[in-house]
Design a protein around this ligand. Structure first.
Ligand code: NAD
Length: 490
């Protein structure tokens, strides 16, 4: 049973689909998919829960969320194993990143629930007290992708409920289990039934219906820019609030004064995290020509030493891609690139042994590609790093910004002035200096340009799930107000 509606686990009535471990090709079970009727039931449940949840004293909301965090702590290994099995991720990534990061998020937003910020009340007009109320929005409909199912569930659910909204979350139909475990924890912790609902259906049916639903007041979507555009259109039906976290094509700029060893290690970790299926992953290394050869040699050497192996083995560095279809898409882009660029290493799936049964793909380094080629411009979402040379700082910044995306970027330099210029001029929602990837609950994550708008994590995200109301109270007690003169004088 893959639906959680009004606090109850239910079977979806939208058909079935196999649940597959992409690292072995084995079937783990069958997902019963949510139908549009299941989505309607979930939205109705969220609507019913709203009046109680939104009016709970903030400390009570926070207490329930802290209790959910304790419950999830107790399910740490179950969450890590489910995430590994459905995504093909290496278990070390799940134990050290996905699960602890998500639980830390719960605690952060439990704290945020008790701390509303805004302008101070005052008699700005001289004749009224102006007060700001920050209120929840209503029922939020959220859609999450398969690359970090647990973390994406956390990023969608937590700011929404901390602010007093209720939510219907549609995880990817490929990876529903950890979202269900996550949502159940809030009900076990005492949230009113229907505060957090999960509908595991496919995108064009259940997902599109949720985005269009008249009783949903806000939609938050994380996924591809292509689908994000359809979400924006769907939200227009009743002028919903929209929060979009879309694709990325992050530049990784290495200046000639950079600590090259640090940049090489950073490029390997930054491009191979989650097998490159990370919207902020380093995908375009833009490297000063004077250090290009050493950079390419260093990255190729480390790529060759990355341990690809069984996902449940702690010694494995890199697991499989999410599916065979996706592996074929990544391989197709690399094959086409052979016609116009150089594949320095990788560029193939393991051909023998157990790994040949999974959707694995070797770390791949590409050079000599033109800036307007497919491999440089399009999101690959796989373990592929493309290296482009530059000759001066202006060109480096121009290449970094030469993309429709703007989610994240990094600059590698020991020069404070260059670091300052890069952080100001690179158009991205996050610029790392001398690192690439780290995220933290206190700080926002979100895009510029076609990577979307709206922030996840941090107080910025909490605020997005609230609306601001101005209350203006007359303090003169006068029947005839001074300002009435502007309208009538008798
Ligand atoms: P996707 O856009 O194909 O799917 C994302 C979600 O949307 C899934 O739950 C899917 O079922 C649903 N969906 C698909 N078609 C839909 C439709 N017509 N209407 C409504 N919902 C629909 O993306 P994906 O392949 O699952 O994930 C990879 C993408 O997500 C990449 O582009 C990546 O960059 C992006 N991503 C972005 C962030 C971020 O924070 N900006 C984080 C993670 C992933």
């Amino acid at each position: 049973m893959y639906q959680l509606i009004k606090g109850q686990e239910r079977r979806g009535s939208g058909g079935e689909q196999p649940l597959v471990d992409p690292s072995t090709g084995e079937e783990l079970g069958t997902v019963d998919l949510a139908s549009t009727e299941d989505v309607d039931a979930a939205v109705a449940a969220a609507g019913e829960a709203y009046s109680e949840w939104s009016r709970l004293p903030h400390v009570e909301r926070a207490t329930i969320m802290h209790k959910a965090a304790d419950i999830l702590d107790g399910q740490f290994e179950e969450l890590a194993q489910a995430e590994t099995a459905e995504c093909g991720k290496a278990i070390r990534l799940c134990r050290e990143f996905d699960v602890p990061g998500s639980i830390d998020n719960v605690r952060f937003f439990a704290g945020a629930a008790r701390h509303l910020t805004g302008m101070a009340s005052a008699e700005y007009s001289g004749e009224h007290t102006s007060t700001i109320r920050r209120e929840p929005i209503g029922v939020v409909g959220s859609i999450a992708p398969w690359n970090y199912p647990l973390q994406m569930a956390a990023w969608k659910v937590l700011p929404a409920i901390a602010a007093g909204n209720t939510i219907v979350l549609k995880p990817s139909e490929l990876t529903p289990t950890t979202s269900l475990i996550f949502a159940k924890a809030f009900h076990e912790a005492g949230a009113p039934a229907g505060t957090v609902n999960v509908v595991a259906g496919n995108g064009p049916d259940a997902g599109a219906h949720l985005m269009r639903h008249e009783d949903v007041s806000m939609v938050s979507f994380t996924g591809s820019t292509r689908v994000g555009r359809t979400v924006l259109e769907a939200a227009a039906t009743n002028a919903k609030r929209v929060h979009l976290e879309l694709g990325g094509k992050a530049p990784f700029v290495v200046f000639d004064d950079a600590d090259l060893e640090a940049a090489i290690h950073g490029a390997v970790a930054g491009s191979l995290i989650n097998v490159g299926q990370d919207c902020t992953a380093a995908t375009r290394a833009i490297v000063h020509r004077s250090v290009l050869e050493d950079f390419v040699a260093g990255v190729a050497d480390l790529f060759g030493r990355v341990v690809i192996g069984p996902t449940r083995d702690e010694a494995t560095d890199m697991g499989s891609l999410i599916s065979f279809d996706h592996r074929d898409k990544v391989a197709g882009m690399v094959e086409r690139a052979r016609g116009y660029a150089t594949v320095v290493c990788g560029g193939e799936a393991p051909q023998s042994g157990d790994l040949a049964n999974g959707a694995y793909y070797r770390p791949t380094l590409v050079t000599d590609a033109a800036p307007d080629s497919e491999i440089v411009r399009d999101e690959i979402f796989g373990p592929v790093l493309v290296v482009l040379p530059f000759d001066d700082d202006d060109e480096a910044i121009r290449l970094a910004n030469d993309t429709p995306y703007g989610l994240a970027a990094s600059a590698w330099t020991t020069d404070l002035g260059r670091a300052g210029r890069a952080s100001r001029e690179i158009q991205a929602g996050c610029v790392w200096i001398n690192d690439h990837i780290p995220i933290i609950s206190e700080m926002p994550h979100g895009g510029y340009k076609q990577s979307g708008f709206g922030k996840d994590m941090s107080h910025y995200s909490f605020e997005e799930y609230t609306q601001v109301k101005h209350v203006m109270t007359d303090i003169t007690g006068a029947a005839r107000k001074e300002w009435h003169r502007t309208i009538f004088t008798t």
